[in-house]
Design a binder for this molecule. Structure first.
Ligand code: G4P
Length: 533
């Protein structure tokens, strides 16, 4: 692909872009994402933000009650983008909604970041939600840095965890530090890069014992510090690691084929500082992006960005919707004129917001790597490009594999038109995927998370005046079927699979069990089956 010629390089844009680190945390609920976020913010000195993250986590239960009530009135969930400085770097941490908020938006956040932090619970290893999110990282070849959390508690053997990362996720795992002892006997970690021991003190919460410098893993200081038994284990393990031969390789890391691994305990604030320093050094600055006109470089001084999320009715006091834009190149400036590629017209961007939960702060400027929130008077949908480059359209956003399915229809027959209009709009916004069955009028909603159903229903009611009925279907996965019309028509379908189509008429098979999917693949070797479209 050709590279768009940069018209001009502005030193300030180039230096601001170079210091940006835009990332998201991928994890399974309860692995410690919230706790780690809070501690990262504390190190960054962003104490108010850290407090707010804590409050948000404490309010989790209250908040879900709030959601249930507010949803009935068409108000959707909150979202978070945190920005904080550490040393020279400026981090943007994009929240990946989990728990009951898990939806297509969670996946889409990963299209707007340049790296991911994977948090694992040392006792549990790789859990289902982490794996799903990792799949999206893999597709995007996103670099992943791993933090193995909860070392203060009994957990799995560290070597076993590395092995699991390699086998299940197919990435080399390269430890940056190594735990000494484990569970109640956890003594600290050995930092391979700086050849020193970080000592853990139970209950110290943040006040750390001084680290102990060594000349390397053979230093006699270690034997004295760790005791003969622990030292022996540590020596054996580091020899095994050396024999495995994985060394940090920036190219493999940046291609998403190798993950540096840090061990620590977020709750005890242990190993978090070293992790943050590691992240600052390892996480890449914004990368170039593909477009219809060629590759666009982040330091190009012409602004470009894309909408990766649209959130309706974020705040009951502001009955509007917010479009989240990832800045891909150049500098955003309040009041600037940009081209809206889909609408093919110029628009002015009068107000932009940095968003934290429900609080809004006006952004005067932003650089490639940043996320801005634009008040959306109905002109932005997911995937839209806005830029200062005539005719530029950034690469389309991917779709994600749905796992929940339901039929939906309007309660009152005379609201059918409004129902169809509303659903089309919500589909455009990326709020839901919509499928159709032959000979049936009511569409099938296909979602990544169940919350999407509630959101669609409440928005149809609030914005289009349509109350609906929903019937859940027992299907668990979908495959888009491609081939010639004769091949698709002549395909052998498992009896339990449902044959549907998307709005563009492409055949989609819905399955209730993995064996049914396998049957379809085996019986139709000539067909191309894909989880996304
Ligand atoms: P999440 O956002 O990934 O869902 O996880 P969160 O940070 O909320 O952490 C989940 C639970 O794990 C919390 O306990 C938290 O205190 C605990 N935790 C996080 N890091 C560590 C760690 O390093 N060691 C240990 N032992 N526990 C850790 P909780 O009881 O569910 O909540 P809370 O009462 O502490 O808020």
């Amino acid at each position: 692909m050709p590279v768009l010629e940069t018209q001009q390089l502005t030193p300030r844009i180039a230096s601001e872009v170079a210091r940006r680190r835009t990332f998201a945390i991928i994890s399974h609920p309860d692995a410690g994402k919230t706790t780690l976020t809070e501690k990262l913010l504390l190190y960054a000195g962003a104490i108010e933000l850290a407090g707010a993250v804590r409050r948000k986590s404490q309010q989790r239960h209250a908040r879900s009650d709030w959601m249930a009530m507010e949803q009935a009135r068409g108000i959707s969930v909150t979202s978070t983008v945190l920005q904080f400085d550490v040393g020279e770097a400026c981090f943007n941490l994009l929240d990946t909604p989990g728990h009951q908020d898990f939806s297509e938006d969670t996946y889409r956040v990963l299209t707007a970041v340049d790296s991911a932090v994977m948090v694992l619970d040392a006792a549990k290893g790789i859990e289902p939600q982490t794996r799903k999110l990792f799949e999206v990282c893999r597709q995007r070849q996103l670099p992943v840095v791993t933090f193995v959390n909860k070392l203060d508690q009994p957990g799995r053997e560290p070597l076993e965890l590395l092995d699991e990362i390699e086998k299940v996720l197919g990435m080399d795992a390269v430890p940056q530090n190594w735990p000494i002892g484990g569970g109640i006997d956890f003594l600290g970690v050995y930092d391979f890069l700086r050849s020193k021991v970080l000592r853990f003190e139970r209950g110290a919460r943040g006040e750390r014992a001084a680290s102990v410098p060594t000349t390397g893993v053979d230093d006699p200081v270690l034997a004295a510090l760790l005791g003969a038994h622990r030292y022996e284990t540590f020596r054996d393990e580091s020899e095994l690691l050396a024999a495995a031969g994985h060394r940090y390789d920036p190219d493999r890391f940046l291609a998403g084929r190798q993950t540096p691994v840090f061990f620590g305990s977020a709750l005890n604030n242990f190993g978090v500082e070293a992790f943050l320093e590691g992240l600052e050094t390892l996480a890449p600055p914004p990368s170039s992006r593909r477009s219809n006109l060629g590759v666009i470089e982040p330091a190009d001084d012409r602004f470009a960005g894309f909408v990766f999320k649209v959130q309706a009715n974020m705040d009951p006091n502001h009955r509007d919707s917010m479009a989240f834009v990832r800045v891909v190149s150049g500098r955003f400036e309040k009041g600037m004129a940009v081209e809206h590629a889909r609408l093919q017209r110029q628009i002015r961007l009068p107000r932009a917001h940095r968003i934290f939960a429900q609080e809004r702060e006006t952004a005067e400027e932003a650089f490639a790597g940043d996320v801005i929130g634009l008040v959306n008077p109905g002109i932005f949908t997911i995937g839209d490009t806005i830029s200062e480059i005539a005719g530029l359209e950034l690469e389309p956003l991917p779709s994600f594999p749905p796992e929940f399915f339901a039929r939906l229809w309007p309660e009152k027959v005379d609201r059918h038109k409004a129902f169809q209009k509303g659903l089309l709009q919500l589909e455009h916004e990326g709020a839901i995927q919509v499928l159709f069955e032959p000979m049936r009028r009511e569409p099938i909603l296909a979602a990544v998370g169940e919350l999407q159903f509630d959101l669609v229903r409440s928005r149809l009611e609030a914005e289009y005046g349509v109350t609906t009925r929903l019937e859940r279907l027992g299907y668990r996965s979908a495959l888009w079927v491609s081939g010639t019309p004769a091949e698709v028509d002549g395909a052998v379908w498992p009896s339990s699979a449902l044959r549907a189509a998307d709005r563009r008429g492409r055949a989609v098979a819905l399955f209730d069990a993995p064996w049914s999917e396998q049957f379809m693949a085996e019986k139709n070797p000539g067909l191309e089956l894909s989880r996304t479209h």
